[in-house]
Design a protein around this ligand. Sequence first.
Ligand code: SF4
Length: 511
Amino acid sequence: MLNTDIYLYDREISKNADYTVWMAFPGVKSFALSSLGFLWMFRSIDLMDDVNVEIVCSDTKKTKFMRDNVDLIGFSFTFDTDYLTIFSMLEKNNIPLKTNERNDASPLIFAGGPVVTANPTPYNEIFDFFVIGDGENINAEIIKLCKENRDKPRSEVLKLLSEIEGIYVPKFKSKVNKITNKLSECVYTPIISENAFFKNTFILEMSRGCANRCGFCLASYCNLPLRTVQYDDIIDTIELGLKYTNKIALLGAQISAHPQFNEVFECLYKKMQNGDKIEMSVSSLRVDAIKPEIVKTLVSGGQKNVTLAIEAGSERLRKVINKNLSEEQIFNAVKIAVDNGLKGLKFYGMIGLPTETYEDLDAMIDLAKRIKQQYKGFDITFGFSSFVPKPNTPFQWIGREDTKSLEKKAQYLKKEMHKIGVTANISSIKWDYWQAVLSRGDSSFTDFLIDVYKSGGALGAYKKSAQKFNINADYYALENYNFDQNLPWDFINMKPAKEFLITENKKLLSQ
Ligand code: SF4
């Protein structure tokens, strides 16, 4: 790897610190270097005079700080199956996987990120503590407390940690309030790197959360309310990034909901018209955000394709999931994309959504067919995953359709799309099933998860380990739960509360 990382803050390279933190990323370094939240937290610790911090990834060969001198390890936990890499990183560093097998000489191990914010309970016996919600402002407090009490037994330190708002220590806490930060500053990638997955790209967060509240969407429900960064702050941050690179990426689950979304694009467009060679990209856009000026700006910034998440083929099903998008809006977006120079569109959808029938799949195929016929030469592709019930969403009570029936639907969709010359990429239904098991899992999972890991983590391992440890996987993935049932993640106080989710569930499914 080339050492071409540019740090966008004043960094003290040789600190005289006696407390060391590893920021651990369960993936390769190139992904860590494109992970906005992770890098921002690294920056906040790196700015502390009296704390050493190092990024450690799954492909890290040699660390700067010896494991024996590390006091605290924080893992980012973004995807359900990240636990496999986390286990392997712990083992590689001779750290026992279970909390009760670690002693006072072991570093404290914690996790934060969307997976554990939604439901940390399957990992109760793995991590010493969890950060529930937005972690960027809480790091300093955690580290200060751990550092000041480093000579105390770990159970005492954990007791103290459990008193911090947003920290869940399974051993001590029965309720925890999710942390929701105000976006008082614009969060951006503080390191620009040639080695990042998004090479030399400056990523900045324009908004957090999504007010649309699709019934299945964890990204929306776990990040409510929608928060936006002030316009001036966004522009100043873009200016900062442009001092170091010409590649700018705007991030946010629903950036088009930013009140000055158009103005931000206008500003970038003017810069490009004035000769600035800016390459810009956005993650995905809502269909109603596709406007001529927006597409022109993206095209001037080198973006060739845009992903549009339409989720379902029929208006009926889009209503059920709360993605209230008309067919007219979709066609209008395609026309604007074509007329203003985009080369193609990627549509993203889901199969197996609650109440879905073959009619809804046919509506998706028909939609693809008509776009294809109307805009010959324009590149359209479709990507699908299957519905996974996520904790803390209105659809958390709804089990998945069974695997055979979903595989049949996937085959049907693929075949029919192929007939009309459209590529449909569909995620593995079997993997999505296990994702659902993990999502709605509970504290009985520890040995099952360790066994899956020890058996190599492939699909077959999940089945065998579940049988071995009497985990009724169908209960977690397929079963419909009752509203009055206690759910493993109910102890997390999140807004909107469970009562709202029940009302929303009933409202959506009655359409
Ligand atoms: S619009 Fe997208 S991000 Fe927003 S709630 Fe729906 S699926 Fe989630």
